[in-house]
Design a protein around this ligand. Structure first.
Ligand SMILES: NC(=O)c1ccc[n+]([C@@H]2O[C@H](COP(=O)([O-])OP(=O)(O)OC[C@H]3O[C@@H](n4cnc5c(N)ncnc54)[C@H](OP(=O)(O)O)[C@@H]3O)[C@@H](O)[C@H]2O)c1
Length: 284
């Protein structure tokens, strides 16, 4: 596998940037270079030298997807665009790596296995679930389901750090539980699947360690950043009470990691990576 045979879609998102760092010689495109929702442009693209498509493109604005325009955009990027790329993968015998989410589940199970039936609650989750079904039809596919992604971009850790640095005492939901996934770890797992020729199929990937609530993660962020503020707990229902256009979220986002572990990949504890991430943010 040489970098020049890799194509990264959605290259400027959190995951896309980390994939570019891992595969500096890869061909890349974001929406301004190749809008993957445009079937004609996707078909006109020169796929002849591509052996692997890494699809990091997505409509990830979970609440935005609940509006009438957002619903269309989410389905365009998370489902229609996936079918455009899938068609190219099948036609040109390209391995397709796609990234999905725990939001394809309703969160009623404490831990989600790769076999759990789809049960999305939100428009975002529904559009991602449609993408998962499309990807399952590609002969050479890795469908990587992940949760709570943290990388270069707007994310929960940066939001909480910024609130803490301003001296704001946040009230944070304590009934949504999961594990953070640092993009460095997600990319390491994708590279492992590809370079170890793991069997094609669905793989859950997140950091390892004990699952925690957003409120507990905020406490960890503040401790790592030496911010001495108390974090108050709330419930999801209370936090969103009276707010319009909010997407329902699964209460359990924890992904079972047994399958990826069985391939010889051992994800780092999210607390270790969080400490490093916070130190870098504080010193930047
Ligand atoms: N973020 C999370 O917490 C999370 C959790 C679980 C799973 N995931 C999944 O992980 C993957 C990566 O997420 P992320 O956090 O890296 O997302 P992100 O930062 O929002 O990046 C998505 C990228 O896709 C691009 N894109 C959107 N529409 C496109 C189009 N039509 N053609 C080409 N590119 C397009 C976006 O460009 P613009 O910015 O210009 O729109 C953006 O650069 C996604 O599949 C997401 O569903 C994310």
């Amino acid at each position: 596998m040489t970098d020049s045979s890799i194509f990264i879609a959605g290259a400027n998102g959190q995951l896309g940037l980390a994939l570019q760092a891992q595969y500096p010689g890869a061909k890349t495109a974001d929406i301004d270079m190749l809008d993957i929702t445009d079937r004609v442009s996707v078909e006109a693209f020169d796929w002849s030298s591509i052996k692997i498509i890494l699809n990091a493109a997505a409509f990830t604005n979970v609440d935005g997807a609940e509006s009438s325009e957002g619903r269309i955009a989410a389905w365009q990027v998370n489902a229609m665009a996936v079918s455009n790329l899938a068609r190219m993968s099948i036609k040109h015998d390209i391995t397709f790596v796609h990234v999905s989410t725990d939001y394809v589940f309703d969160g009623s199970q404490d831990s989600h296995t790769e076999e759990e039936p789809l049960s999305p609650l939100s428009v975002y989750g529904q559009s991602k679930a449609a993408g998962d079904i499309i990807v399952s039809l590609i002969p050479k596919h890795y469908l990587v389901r992940t949760s709570w992604v943290i990388g270069e971009g707007k994310n929960f850790v940066r939001t909480m750090l910024s609130l803490g640095q301003q001296g704001t005492t946040p009230t944070v939901v304590a009934d949504q539980v999961g594990r953070l996934t640092f993009t460095s770890e997600l990319v390491r797992a994708i590279d492992h699947l590809l370079s170890s020729n793991c069997p094609f199929g669905i793989y859950n990937v997140s950091n390892g360690g004990e699952p925690a609530s957003w409120a507990d993660i905020t406490r960890e962020i503040f401790a790592d950043a030496d911010i001495n503020l108390a974090v108050s707990n709330t419930t999801t229902a209370e936090y969103y009470k009276g707010k319009q256009g909010v997407a329902p979220r699964p209460l359990s986002s924890t992904l079972a990691l047994d399958k990826i572990l069985s391939t010889g990949f051992s994800p780092r504890d999210w607390r270790e990576d969080l400490k490093k991430y916070v130190a870098k943010e504080v010193n930047s």
